[in-house]
Design a protein around this ligand. Structure first.
Ligand code: FMN
Length: 210
C-alpha cells in the first residue's frame, strides 16, 4: 500500500488547470490502486514557516556540525515535521503553475524548507552531494499561460521545468514524469479548455503506469 503526497501549488481552486488535471490523474490512479492512501498538501493554505534568519542559522549550524541553541531548535522542529511528512510518501504528484517564468513563491518556500543537509541530501568532500529521496516517482503537472515548446526561442523563458528538474534531482529523484498544459491564456478560454481536456485524457493514461 503506497502513500501518495499531492502537492498543490496553485491558489486558484477549481479554476486551476494544473489542479484539475492533477485531480483527474489521481482519480484515475485510485481506480487502479484503491488501497493506496492520498495526502494533499495545499501550499497556499499550509502553515509554512518563513525561512528567515532563525531557520537560516539553523541550517548553517547543521552544515557546520554545530548544535542548535534552544530557540532555534524549537523553530527547526516545524521544518523537521514538514520534511518527515514529505519523506513518508512513496509517490508524489505536484501541480504547479508557471509564475513569472518560474514557480509560485509558496512552492519555492516549501522547497527551501525541505531541501536540507542530512535530511534530503548529504555532502562530503569525498563523494560530493548525494540526494536522499531515492526510488520514488514524481508526476509533475505544470500549467502556463503561454507556450514554451522545446526548440523555439520561447523555451529559454521556461525556468519552471528546468528548475524543478534540477532541484528534485539534487535531492535524489530520478523518476520525474511531466505533463504540461499550455497555453492556458494566450489563445483564449476555449483553447485553454481544449488543452485542459487533452491533458486530462493524457493524465488518465499516465495514471495507469504510475
Ligand atoms: C503571478 C502570476 C504570474 C504568471 N506568470 C506567467 C509567466 O511568466 N508565464 C506564463 O506563461 N504564464 C504566467 N502566468 C499565467 C499562469 O501560468 C496560467 O494562468 C496558469 O494556467 C496558472 O496555473 P493554474 O491554472 O494551475 O493556476 C502567471 C500567472 C500569475 C497569477
Amino acid at each position: 500500500m503506497a502513500q501518495i503526497l499531492y502537492l498543490k501549488a496553485s491558489p486558484r481552486g477549481e479554476r486551476s488547470h494544473s489542479l484539475a488535471v492533477a485531480d483527474t490523474f489521481l482519480a484515475a490512479y485510485q481506480e487502479v490502486h484503491p488501497h493506496d492512501t492520498l495526502q494533499a498538501l495545499d501550499l497556499f493554505q499550509a502553515d509554512l514557516p518563513a525561512f528567515d534568519g532563525l531557520l537560516v542559522n539553523a541550517k548553517y549550524n547543521i552544515l557546520h556540525g554545530r548544535p542548535h541553541p534552544p530557540e532555534e531548535a524549537a523553530a527547526w522542529r516545524r521544518v523537521e515535521e514538514l520534511i518527515a511528512r514529505f519523506m513518508a510518501a512513496d509517490k508524489y504528484v505536484l501541480a504547479t503553475p508557471m509564475w513569472n517564468f518560474s514557480i509560485p513563491y509558496r512552492l519555492k518556500q516549501y522547497l527551501d524548507i525541505i531541501v536540507q543537509p542530512t535530511y534530503t541530501f548529504t555532502y562530503s568532500p569525498e563523494t560530493g552531494y548525494q540526494g536522499l529521496v531515492t526510488g520514488r516517482p514524481m508526476m509533475i503537472i505544470c500549467a502556463r499561460g503561454g507556450a514554451y515548446p522545446e526548440g523555439t526561442p520561447a523555451a529559454a523563458y521556461d525556468l519552471q521545468t528546468p528548475y524543478l528538474k534540477l532541484i528534485l534531482q539534487f535531492i535524489g529523484f530520478t523518476d520525474l514524469r511531466w505533463l504540461i498544459i499550455e497555453p492556458t491564456l494566450e489563445q483564449g478560454p476555449e483553447a485553454a479548455q481544449e488543452k485542459r481536456r487533452q491533458a486530462m485524457a493524457r493524465a488518465r493514461e499516465l495514471a495507469r503506469e504510475f
